[in-house]
Design a protein around this ligand. Structure first.
Ligand SMILES: O=C(O)CCC(=O)C(=O)O
Length: 395
């Protein structure tokens, strides 16, 4: 997208081997970053073939898949004049986004300008199990929370107590279609039962107020302290050893809590769609991790500090977290005049490639265009009680 901003768009950095200390110091709550070497080794990168995803969608949704269908390639995917939420069979949806012959599909898409976008508001159990694997959880949380060793050099012993999908072999969904109906109900019930009692009680949605109950507040105070102390304080005297053990214990608790908050099948979202799909300029109140499984997406981000230049819908509107600006039109002179302050905003851009993970701080504005047929996963996590809502967002 060649956009005519006054301020030159800045690239979002790609940082390999990003560590916890650098993440806390430079990015968390401050600016976006692309992490190229975590999701790239996740099992969904190779496992989520078109056939596998089609099987899972069929078994989860059968003929009740709710898909955004847009006949227009220039407007928002969720513009009510051009986009409908259509209920269709998983098979039909798959035939659009996973066509056997990609060349033909691209030509067809260009001909009739029809785009298809599935966005789930929770994660199908089978796919969730593929994401919530011990090694994958460990690697991501080591970056976000910092993994600690006890005084004997051992890693967190309590991790074993966290229910995980590790034992779940989801390869069964590569089976022949006829065998699958029998398996799915049993499988999803079992998986759900493991998770139901353990999931984070802190719900998350665009509309949620940031709310921390009294009981949780104490824990958040502990985390505030941890967040400020990026390095674990090392002590040598006996009092110091106690302090270090306390610190390790707190970090282990935090690790477990973050596991259930980030790897949460009720808040994780799946995005599958055709190229050309647009998610218009909006912000979320949570920390965002966008994991790109296949295809590329182009993103334009703005800091929350630029909110005054981004023309949000009125606060009373149900679209208060979205902008009135369609970034595809800003080079039109009449449009530019209407939204003249946009020139003051500082855009950050990237093309997110398969295997890459984008961290977006809370309240950062983002606009997303699918450059290819894409599969992505969003892992949002709600902000903590001590993380203040930026004053510019209190409209
Ligand atoms: O991928 C998209 O189309 C939108 C993703 C998004 O808005 C998010 O992850 O918050």
């Amino acid at each position: 997208m060649a956009l005519n901003y006054r301020k030159k768009a800045l690239p979002i950095p790609r940082i390999y081997q990003l560590d916890y200390t650098t993440f806390m110091r430079e990015y968390r709550n401050q600016r976006p970053v692309i992490i190229p070497d975590i999701v790239s080794t996740w099992s969904p990168i190779t496992k989520w073939t078109p056939q596998y995803l089609t099987n899972v969608l069929k078994l989860n949704y059968e003929d009740r898949l709710q898909v955004f269908v847009s006949k227009d390639n220039k407007h928002f995917i969720n513009h009510p004049d051009v986009t409908q939420l259509v209920t269709m069979s998983a098979q039909e949806f798959a035939s659009h986004v996973f066509p056997d012959d990609l060349e033909t599909a691209v030509d067809t898409a260009d001909d009739d300008h029809t785009r298809y976008y599935l966005r789930t508001f929770s994660m199908p159990d089978v796919l969730f199990c593929d994401v919530d694997q011990q090694r994958q959880v460990d690697e991501l949380l080591t970056l976000l929370v910092s993994k600690v060793k006890d005084s004997n050099g051992r890693h967190d012993q309590n991790e074993d107590k966290i229910p995980q999908c590790d034992g779940q072999n989801t390869d069964m969904f590569i089976e022949k279609e006829t065998d699958m109906n029998m398996n799915i109900d049993k499988k999803t019930d079992e998986t759900r039962a493991v998770w139901e009692d353990f999931l984070s009680p802190i719900s998350l949605s665009d509309d949620d107020d940031v709310h921390v109950s009294d009981g949780v507040q104490e824990d958040h105070d502990v985390k505030k302290k941890l967040a400020e102390e990026v390095e674990v304080q090392k002590h040598t005297d006996s009092d110091g050893e106690v302090a270090e053990n306390d610190d390790i214990h707190m970090r282990q608790t935090m690790f477990q809590e973050m596991h259930s908050r980030i790897f949460n099948c009720k808040t994780m979202q799946l995005w599958i769609g055709t190229r050309g799909n647009i998610t218009p300029l909006h912000y979320d109140r949570n920390h965002g991790l966008l994991a790109q499984i296949s295809g590329r997406k182009e993103l334009v981000l703005f800091s929350h500090e630029d909110t005054a230049f981004l023309y949000p819908h009125p606060t009373y509107s149900d679209r208060a977290h979205t902008s009135r600006i369609n970034l595809r039109r800003i080079n039109e002179s009449s449009y530019a005049a209407l939204f003249s302050k946009l020139k003051e905003a500082q855009p950050y851009t990237c093309i997110l490639k398969p295997g890459e993970l984008l961290y977006m701080p809370p309240f950062w504005w983002h606009d997303v265009t699918s450059l290819d047929n894409c599969v992505s996963v969003t892992l949002p996590w709600d902000i903590d009680g001590y993380e203040e809502v930026p004053p510019c967002m209190l409209r």
